[in-house]
Design a protein around this ligand. Structure first.
Ligand code: ITT
Length: 198
């Protein structure tokens, strides 16, 4: 079975390919279909946006698609950037600019750190109309001092609860997938996917 990883985010592609490595499915990146338009992510929740992207790219590619909508919720910032995580500093903002914006907001809030959590909603849309969904969450703390070069996005500033003292960007991909919002959601989704494909 061919499954298109319906994301333009290379970090997500790496983690999702790793999680699917043991399944009897052929995982294909969206980039293999050439330049496709962007889905309009105007949902109010991660789950709504994941479904918008999965259905949109399933129709564009004619293949079963798995989409991910995810983000970081910082407690002292009232849960922002949340669904705006990839465009916190503006549309098409790079990771460093979004991180800079978060640091500025932490300064305005006058705190050195804050409890925070990542969230991930996955939606798998098959060509027969089947929709499978799963969510995952990962709790930690954001601090102003970055550490590590792995992962992507806000990872250098996100200190994990599970690996005390280490940021998400200091973990190997295997370690990250074990505890991350995406790893957790992917394990729930692959169970549903195995039943759907059986
Ligand atoms: P696609 O819509 O093409 O999948 P995107 O990056 O625009 O790519 P989202 O709208 O779901 O996707 O935004 C997710 C953002 O949340 C992402 O760009 C990061 O800034 C942040 N994020 C999500 N998961 C993360 C993770 O595991 N580590 C670090 N940052 C993460």
């Amino acid at each position: 079975k061919k499954i298109v990883i319906a994301t333009k985010n290379a970090g997500k592609v790496r983690e999702m390919k790793d999680a699917f490595a043991h399944l009897p499915v052929e995982v294909v990146a969206l980039s293999e279909f050439g330049q496709l338009p962007n889905a309009i992510e105007d949902g109010e929740t991660f789950a709504e946006n994941a479904a918008i992207k999965a259905k949109f790219y399933m129709e564009k590619t004619g293949c079963a698609c798995l989409a991910d909508d995810s983000g970081l919720e910082v407690a002292v910032l009232g849960g922002r950037p949340g669904v705006y995580s990839s465009r916190y500093a503006g549309y098409n903002a790079e990771d460093w600019a979004n991180n800079q914006k978060m640091l500025e907001e932490l300064c305005i809030a006058d705190v050195e750190e804050s409890p925070a959590n990542y969230r991930c909603s996955l939606c798998f849309a098959d060509t027969d109309g089947t929709l499978l969904t799963a969510d995952g969450r990962c709790d930690g703390v954001v601090r102003k001092i970055p550490h590590g070069k792995n992962g992507f996005g806000y990872d250098p500033y996100f200190y994990t609860n599970e690996y005390a003292g280490r940021t998400m960007a200091e973990l190997t991909m295997e370690e990250k997938n074990r505890i991350s919002h995406r790893g957790r959601a992917l394990r729930k989704l692959t169970q549903k996917l195995e039943e759907h494909l059986a």
